[in-house]
Design a binder for this molecule. Structure first.
Ligand code: ZN
Length: 472
């Protein structure tokens, strides 16, 4: 039985679904105002591993991920890009789904959009108002956290400093400053002009960010469901507010298991656009890293531990994948060999297979410890490489085990034409152009070209045999 660390209880608990054999998972999805950054994908790969492992264990999983297509950020960005809101959010939704596909993240069963659930949200707020949890002020509707006695249970946020009636109007707010939060926000003049509003009994409004996750998760998974995932930065206020709204509405427990992944840092720092240490998936692929390398790197740290992305670490991940690849190639070679009858190594093999399977599952059962599971796999490679009497039958059994593990890891380990790490085309073109300049002895221009190449993350060293390219 797998055990998961439940943020609600701060304990590892044996996982038991509400309905035998079935699991409902809700993952907070992207706000589609820009490309998602690589830290976001840590969350989605973690949820993917969770889902894959539950499926491996024989559960039928229903997975829902919302698309936030109306909020402060999307509205602001659409104005900057001079697009209408729908145009902007549809563009980035498409790009997001493409990125998930690139990373071999299994599709959710449904990606509900906030803008398509406005009626349900308004209806829920009416119920909250009737029950005394919601109040209107200047055309916006707020949730009164003082009325919900379990507020703060998930995040353990300090409620001492809260002034009664203090309101937070933004979709996002600073940590540890709880206050009444927006359920429905009065549309601004600008939003009214652009047609971004919904008519309700309180006037023209748009939904707050927290409300959509409560309404959409319960619509597709029921009033109480099994697992809710997200990054730790969502615990407060987002998930705290989801619990308050949902439980105030239904009077029932909202979610049994809350699973949160830690941050991804870049070069030891929190990612931020202003610091320039910010990568999208596409940035990393342009630098020549394969999706497998990126996925491998992201699962090689336990999800509840902070991970730190550096190019060096990606290169280490690349090497580990190469080792697996060489092993798989070897197995394929033997699986095609005209096999002898099972060698005496077979007994030894069966023992290794059994041990590996046990170690892998033990690691995954222990709160999805992927680094330990990967270690079990490398141990397996070591042991098998020691078997001298390899034959087709042994190779085939090893390939089967690798395929079984890969159904959880999602690295397409058995895919034979794995793309080797390549220098991107655009960089190759620049290098060619620079060579031409050098032949014409236009040193200054060649030097400028080198700087340009450096900006793409590569460094050229001129040697006697010609230019050598290194990743910075
Ligand atoms: Zn959410």
């Amino acid at each position: 039985m797998p055990k998961f660390y439940n943020t609600l209880t701060r304990k590892k608990e044996v996982f038991k679904p509400l309905k035998k054999g079935n699991v409902g998972i809700y993952t907070c999805g992207p706000t589609v105002y820009d490309f998602a950054h690589i830290g976001n994908f840590r969350s989605y790969i973690f949820a993917d591993i969770l889902k894959r492992y539950l499926e491996y264990k024989g559960y039928e999983v229903k997975h829902i991920m919302n698309i936030t297509d109306i909020d402060d950020k999307t509205i602001k960005r659409s104005k900057v890009e001079k697009k209408n809101l729908k145009e902007l959010t549809e563009k980035y939704t498409k790009e997001f789904l493409q990125d998930l596909k690139t990373l071999n993240i299994k599709k959710a069963d449904f990606y509900p959009k906030a803008t398509e659930h406005m009626k349900e949200m308004a209806r829920a707020v009416e119920v909250l108002e009737k029950k005394g949890y919601a109040y209107e002020k200047l055309g916006s509707v707020y949730f009164d956290i003082s009325k919900f006695k379990n507020y703060g249970n998930l995040s353990k946020v300090d409620l001492k400093g809260v002034k009664p009636g203090a309101r937070v109007d933004l979709d996002e707010y600073e940590k540890d400053e709880p206050g009444d939060f927006t359920l429905l926000k009065r549309s601004t003049l600008d939003e009214l002009k652009r047609g971004i509003f919904y008519q309700t009994k309180w006037g023209k409004v748009r939904p707050g960010w927290h409300l959509e996750c409560s309404i959409m998760s319960m619509k597709y998974l029921g009033e109480t469901f099994d697992i809710h995932t997200g990054g730790i930065d969502l615990i407060f206020p987002h998930h705290e507010n989801e619990i308050a709204q949902s439980q105030a509405l239904t009077g029932k427990k909202f979610v049994n298991f809350w699973l949160h992944n830690e941050h991804l840092f870049i070069n030891g720092k929190k990612m931020s656009k202003s610091l320039g240490n910010y990568y999208t998936l596409r940035d990393l692929i342009k630098k020549g890293f394969s999706w497998q390398t990126i996925r491998y790197f992201l699962i090689s740290t336990y999800y509840r531990q902070r991970a730190n992305l550096t190019f060096k670490k990606l290169e280490v991940a690349e090497k580990s994948l190469e080792r697996i690849n060489d092993f798989v190639e070897k197995l394929y070679r033997f699986s095609n060999s005209k096999g002898q009858s099972p060698a005496k190594s077979e007994k030894q093999l069966l023992r290794i297979l059994k041990e590996t399977n046990r170690d892998f599952e033990m690691a995954m059962d222990d709160d999805l410890n992927t680094p330990k599971a990967l270690a079990a796999f490398f141990d397996f490679i070591k042991k098998i490489n020691k078997i001298t009497e390899m034959n087709a039958k042994i190779a085939e059994q090893c390939l089967n085990l690798a395929a079984k593990f890969d159904s959880v890891l999602g690295l397409k380990l058995l895919e034979r034409k794995r793309k080797k790490n390549k220098i991107p085309k655009e960089v190759l073109l620049l290098i060619k152009q620079r060579e031409k300049l050098r032949q014409k002895k236009q040193w200054r221009l060649a030097d400028e070209m080198r700087k340009k190449i450096k900006q793409t993350g590569f460094w050229i060293e001129d040697t006697e045999e010609g230019p050598k390219i290194k990743r910075i």
